[in-house]
Design a binder for this molecule. Structure first.
Ligand code: DGI
Ligand code: FE
Ligand code: FE
Length: 199
């Protein structure tokens, strides 16, 4: 029997997200399952992580900060100024407490889905990438190319997404979290070393 009751989780989640966010969530969930199939990851884990990745997204900023304080989640000065970044860590907490997710791999994928980090797990990468390429996304540049790459090479896809994200964020460099930079540096190194190996 399946470990997770997805219908029950969806019914609960729909109450906490606005319509657009819920549709995005379904897109991420199905994209996660497709990526799990092609890259040999647990489909159930990918489905659960995709479904819950933004479960804290629609909590107002003040309440986000309050919840972090209540649950001893450390908040950096940077996060205090950019509280939307907290929806990933807070999302993992809510997934655990309200949706009964105990699997550390799923909680990690939710935690790191916004900034990424160096040396991510297969599931971490699948959720991060699915969030960027799901069918409703339309604003990012090079989406066609990046979507194809997601089904070929996850590390290269991480590099391409982080590169474009940082290029976009560089319009306001003071808004860039170090974790996003560290993630980019890591996947750039993977990309460069592979290129060296191939030449
Ligand atoms: O929650 P979603 O909108 O589905 O997606 P998300 O959790 O990946 O958040 C999206 C935004 O996060 C995207 O516009 C890029 C942004 N982001 C990633 N790293 C950083 C960042 N924004 C800031 N300000 N600083 C970062 O380091
Ligand atoms: Fe998010
Ligand atoms: Fe998302």
């Amino acid at each position: 029997m399946a470990e997770y009751d997805f219908i029950k989780m969806e019914k609960k989640l729909v109450k906490y997200l606005d319509e657009e966010r819920f549709q995005h969530t379904l897109g991420v969930m199905f994209t996660c399952t497709s990526l799990a199939m092609i890259h040999g990851c647990s489909i159930e884990k990918a489905e659960a992580a995709g479904l819950l990745h933004d479960c804290a997204k629609c909590i107002p900023s003040k309440k986000k900060l309050k919840l972090c304080e209540q649950h001893q989640i450390p908040v950096s000065d940077f996060e205090r100024e950019h509280p939307f970044l907290l929806h990933s860590r807070l999302g993992a907490l809510i997934a655990e407490k309200k949706y009964g997710i105990r699997d550390p791999e799923i909680l990690s994928a939710i935690t790191w889905h916004t900034t990424g980090k160096p040396a991510m797990s297969l599931l971490d990468k699948i959720v991060f990438i699915a969030d960027y390429i799901e069918p409703m996304r339309s604003k990012a540049p090079r989406l066609e190319e990046i979507r194809k790459m997601a089904f070929i090479d996850l590390d290269e896809c991480m590099y391409q997404i982080l590169k474009d994200t940082l290029a976009y964020l560089n319009e306001n460099p003071k808004d860039i979290d170090n974790t996003t930079k560290f993630a980019y540096d890591y996947y750039k190194k993977v990309h460069d070393e592979r290129k060296k190996g191939n030449s």
